[in-house]
Design a protein around this ligand. Structure first.
Ligand code: 0PR
Length: 394
């Protein structure tokens, strides 16, 4: 609009004046330069989405699964994604939907059990769930939002939840146990089989948080060592995130229940929409990331996913071997592509590495330097990283 551009003075917070397309692109490019590039990031559980994910995302950019009757093609893709991921996790007849990520999936899983137990007559204020000490902070949000107590069970030497500690915390108010397949800080897998047995015996719901590990464990050569999915009878629900190791676009999580009735616990009537009820936490919901997830699964197939995990694991070992040559041991032998290095002064080393341009993180207990070897990490990147690491530790 000429009228505005004539008197235009650049003020980033002034929304009364419009900007020319050229000025806008310039401003966006400037902002983009302020973002970090993944080529220096060793702390994130996200990565560049796969190229086919970006293509599908753009193609379905306006699609809204919140009113899925309007977007039947997208809905078909979501249904197929649920079947495919269910199949990957030992039950292609699992029920669920594509969430915004691990946080929503965890909230919704616990909300479904809470609703069921409330119907059965238990008071919410008397309910508790038991999570490992290593649980993601989404469980602190759950305590707050759902108003139930979250108890944190202790760990064994390998930083897996200790089933005895879980049992000690259980009482008549325990509505759910949580196990983690791929802990945020250490990439460790809890003894899900043992938790599943306790859950079955005590008739308690078991939720498995596989937000990170769900797209890793099924593709590991020694996957049989890490039973975590619906093939264990006691497992009731699983969260698994396409926007982490699934290489989809953000936001894409996935929540699956073994029994449809738990999904129904989440339903609210939606009188003026094309569908009768809705079970997602958000109303309007990205169809684009559902399409992106569909695209990655179709295009890569399990062979393609396996080769991505293989490469991440090769680089994980490359990093651990390099660290050992410097006399640094990992906290646990990595199960998946998360490396934690024992360093007395991990915080100082992390800031020295940041000063050299590396984004790294540290763990709380035990304190260590934490590196996530996502698909954007290359051997060359790790060589340069290790040179800098050896400088800062010496
Ligand atoms: N469950 C587990 C085991 C997780 O690791 C995470 C996130 C969640 C649930 C929650 O998932 P959403 O963040 O999708 O809701 N773990 C990382 C974290 O919060 C995610 C992350 C991603 C961290 C990118 C840093 C980063 O740059 O620590």
């Amino acid at each position: 609009m000429k009228y505005f551009t004539r008197n235009y003075t650049y003020n980033k917070y002034d929304y009364d004046m419009s900007m020319s397309r050229e000025e806008l692109e310039h401003l966006l490019a400037e902002k983009k330069r302020r973002d970090l590039s993944y080529s220096r990031i060793l702390s994130s559980m996200c990565t560049y989405p796969h190229e086919v994910a970006v293509y599908a995302h753009k193609l379905f950019i306006e699609s809204n699964l919140g009113d899925s009757g309007l977007f039947q093609g997208t809905k078909e893709m979501e249904d197929e994604v649920i079947r495919t991921i269910g199949g990957l996790l030992g039950d292609e007849n699992a029920y669920g939907y594509i969430t915004t990520g691990g946080t929503e999936s965890n909230i919704q899983a616990i909300r479904a059990v809470r609703n069921r137990k409330r119907k059965e007559g238990l008071r919410v204020s008397d309910m508790n769930i038991i999570v490992p000490e290593t649980a993601h902070f989404s469980f602190d949000k759950i305590a707050d939002i759902l108003g139930i107590e979250v108890r944190k069970a202790g760990l064994d030497q390998q930083l897996r939840v200790n089933p005895d500690s879980v049992q000690e915390f259980m009482d008549d108010g325990t509505i759910c146990l949580v196990g983690i397949a791929g802990t945020t800080e250490f990439g460790q897998v809890d003894p899900i089989r043992e938790l599943a047995e306790i859950a079955k015996e005590k008739n308690v719901f078991l939720h498995v948080d596989a937000a990170f590990g769900g797209f890793v464990i099924p593709f590991l050569p020694d996957r049989a060592r890490y039973e975590f999915d619906f093939s264990l009878e006691g497992v009731s629900s699983i969260s698994i995130d396409p926007h982490k190791m699934g290489m989809s676009t953000i936001p894409a999580g996935c929540l699956l229940f073994r029994e449809e009735s738990y999904l129904e616990e989440l339903a609210v009537p939606t009188p003026y929409l094309t569908t009768k009820e809705q079970y997602s936490l958000t109303g309007t919901r990205s169809g684009a990331s559902a399409a992106a997830t569909f695209a990655v699964l179709k295009y890569l197939g399990s062979e393609g996913m396996k080769s991505i995990v293989d490469e991440c694991m090769r680089l994980t070992r490359f990093l651990v071997d390099g660290a050992r040559e410097m006399g640094i041991e990992p906290v646990i032998e990595p199960v998946m592509n998360v490396v934690t290095l024992q360093l007395g002064d991990a915080d100082r080393i992390a800031s020295a590495l940041r000063a050299k341009g590396w984004e790294v993180s540290t763990t709380r207990s035990p304190k260590s330097l934490r590196l996530v070897i996502m698909p954007h990490v290359t051997e060359d990147m790790l060589r340069r990283f290790m040179e800098d690491l050896s400088e800062v530790v010496n």
